[in-house]
Design a protein around this ligand. Structure first.
Ligand SMILES: C[S@@+](CC[C@H](N)C(=O)[O-])C[C@H]1O[C@@H](n2cnc3c(N)ncnc32)[C@H](O)[C@@H]1O
Length: 304
């Protein structure tokens, strides 16, 4: 009696009006989807997404080293850079549109071109780089297994934030990671170490790149800062006397070891991948080896 219908009811009673509105909305949505489809195809063409996974990047060489990485895996990494990982610190870089994409011809990039692409000099000069988190190590190691060598066994009772099982003892190496004044991050003795003690057990710590392509594949499948880290952490050396020069990188905090012309640890020979204390080291002292014992010419390992 005299009570007005609630507004929503009145609307329904207006009959054809909602129908016309929905038709218009449907038509607009249709138009939007069609234009979306067209622009997606165009972008896919421009960025090479039109290539099927059969155009996988294949690593030539022996079967046991055969690794396939589909373009979608690499483009997944590029998409991740678009949003940046939560643990990445957002900074302004001169050309974000450049380092956030996978460049054409990445398979042939030189070491210097890779560093230019990711503006790694900016990263190198950042004195406030945080220690890599467990999540960052875990992602890096996952990509290493996927894109460098599927046979890699990176299971270890010691987490990468503490190192790895030194000599398979189940105990970490006698160091921990923290910021090092003027050097980014570094390693420090977690206890007194006696002259002659094994401090760094290379083969239990590093991964070996079968070739230069696997190195490029890994860096282009990483967030920018991790890609730059890899270019700073990796080195190359002959792993056996007279053997070929091989690219290697530690897959844990051992990668953070800095260099000194007066190192406190050193290998016994040029091809030795174990490093021993050359003098007594006190708890809390920074651990150094001397990078100059290794080859530094990246053209010698196919990254020219
Ligand atoms: C293998 S990484 C060592 C870890 C590095 N400090 C980090 O935070 O990622 C090599 C890089 O560390 C830095 N570095 C190593 N030794 C250094 C030193 N004695 N003085 C200054 N920087 C050093 C250089 O930037 C070098 O390219």
């Amino acid at each position: 009696m005299g009570k007005k219908d609630p507004p929503q009811l009145q609307l329904r009673q207006r009959g054809s009006v909602p129908l016309r509105r929905s038709t218009v909305i449907n038509a607009l949505l249709c138009l939007l989807s069609i234009s979306g489809l067209i622009s997606c195809s165009l972008m896919g063409y421009v960025f090479g997404l039109h290539q099927s996974d059969d155009a996988s990047i294949q690593q030539s060489g022996r079967d046991h080293r055969y690794v396939r990485a589909s373009r979608s895996q690499l483009f997944g990494a590029a998409a991740m850079r678009q949003g940046e990982l939560p643990h990445q610190h957002r900074q302004q870089h001169s050309d974000e549109s450049k380092w956030k994409t996978i460049p054409d011809g990445w398979e042939h990039y030189t070491f210097a071109e890779i560093r230019n692409h990711f503006y790694c000099d900016e990263h190198a000069h950042d004195q406030n780089k945080p220690l890599p988190s467990l999540a960052e190590w875990t992602f890096l190691r996952k990509q290493m297994k996927l894109l460098v060598d599927p046979r890699l066994n990176l299971d270890d009772p010691v987490p990468p934030t503490q190192g790895y099982s030194l000599g398979n003892t189940g105990a970490p190496p006698p160091y921990y990671a923290q910021r090092s004044e003027g050097k980014g991050r570094g390693l420090f003795a977690s206890r007194d170490i006696q002259k002659g003690e094994l401090v760094q057990d290379g083969p239990h710590s590093f991964i070996v790149f079968p070739d230069a392509l696997s190195f490029r594949r890994l860096v282009f499948a990483l967030p920018r800062k991790s890609a730059c880290d890899i270019t700073e952490w990796a080195w190359h050396q002959e792993l056996t006397p007279g053997g070929r020069l091989t690219i290697v990188v530690d897959a844990n905090i051992a990668a953070l070891m800095n260099s000194s012309p007066e190192p406190n640890i050193a290998p016994k020979t040029d091809t030795d991948t174990k490093l021993y204390a050359v003098r007594d080291i006190r708890k809390g002292e920074e651990i150094y080896y001397d990078y100059n014992i290794y080859e530094t010419d990246w053209s010698k390992v196919g990254l020219e």
